[in-house]
Design a protein around this ligand. Structure first.
Ligand code: SIN
Ligand code: MN
Length: 268
């Protein structure tokens, strides 16, 4: 994992303005191979953390792997990741959420426009969006295989609720992991935001990593291509921002907010 670190002040300024940042390092083939191997094993297991596409046997995502898989357990403790998260968030951190979105070839369905912050605030009671997502590409991500796209700067808008959401929340976590998401940013509103702010697609080779803010509006389309697009997402939260009494399953909201301790070296 070669590290070319820009001055952190510059990282903070750019992240503060745009709500996303390309990580200053990439993961090499050895690391990506280990992550892929772990995720393939987990995907084949019969466990609640494995979620399927609607009416399909295609795995959509696996969750909470840092709690039960040795490679993922080590990954979230790598010094390069922890240094970044702690400096960005200004204090000790823990893993709030860990998932791998599988975006299978031809079968991986979309993620509508949304803010993660809506789920974490409304469902879990997270007080402030002092958390950060780090997305690691486990496959090459192209224009064709459903890249993640964001609307830069929208994290400054807080919780977006243009029509005043009058629905009673279902509190059904299945609607937080499926293509029919419970809290979305309506398409026409997202289109007007995109008209003002533009959009940014996260394209890159396997091993690329990108950080983005919990309130940043983002989405991704169906994967109509022949190439899957596995993306691993680690959410670090500042320990002092841990919600008091989350209700959703632990594999969506970690209960253990003990500060993470670094492992030695940035290899898996
Ligand atoms: C997410 O919103 O969790 C990520 C969507 C994606 O994997 O494209
Ligand atoms: Mn999201």
């Amino acid at each position: 994992m070669p590290v070319a670190t820009p001055p952190f002040h510059d990282v903070k300024v750019r992240y503060g303005r745009e709500g996303w940042f390309p990580m200053p390092f990439t993961f090499g083939t050895a690391e990506i191979t280990k992550m892929r191997e772990s995720i393939e094993v987990i995907s084949a297991q019969n466990r609640p953390e494995v979620v399927f596409e609607e009416n399909s046997t295609a795995v959509r995502a696996v969750h909470g792997c840092h709690d039960y898989d040795a490679v993922c357990h080590r990954l979230v403790r790598l010094p390069a990741l922890l240094d970044f998260a702690e400096r960005l968030l200004g204090g000790p951190v823990y893993v709030y959420q860990f998932k791998v979105n599988m975006k299978q070839a031809r079968e991986g369905s979309a993620w509508p426009w949304h803010q993660d912050w809506a789920f974490w605030h409304k469902e879990d009671g997270m007080a402030s969006p002092e958390a950060v997502n780090i997305a690691i590409f486990l496959d090459d991500v192209t224009e064709e295989n459903g890249p993640l796209q964001v609307i830069p700067g929208t994290h400054h808008l807080g919780l977006i609720d243009p029509e005043g959401d009058k629905r009673e929340p279902t509190h059904d976590w299945r609607q937080h992991v499926s293509a029919a998401l419970e809290y979305t940013v309506p398409d026409d509103f997202a289109a007007s935001l995109a008209g003002t702010h533009g959009t940014q697609r996260f394209i890159g080779v396997a091993g690329t990593a990108v950080a983005f803010h919990p309130a940043l509006v983002h989405s991704s389309s169906n994967n109509l291509s022949e190439h899957r697009r596995r993306m691993l997402l680690i959410t670090y939260n500042r320990v002092s921002n841990a919600p008091a009494n989350p209700a959703r399953p632990e594999f969506l909201v970690s209960r253990d907010s003990t500060p993470l301790v670094r492992v030695e070296g940035d290899h898996l």
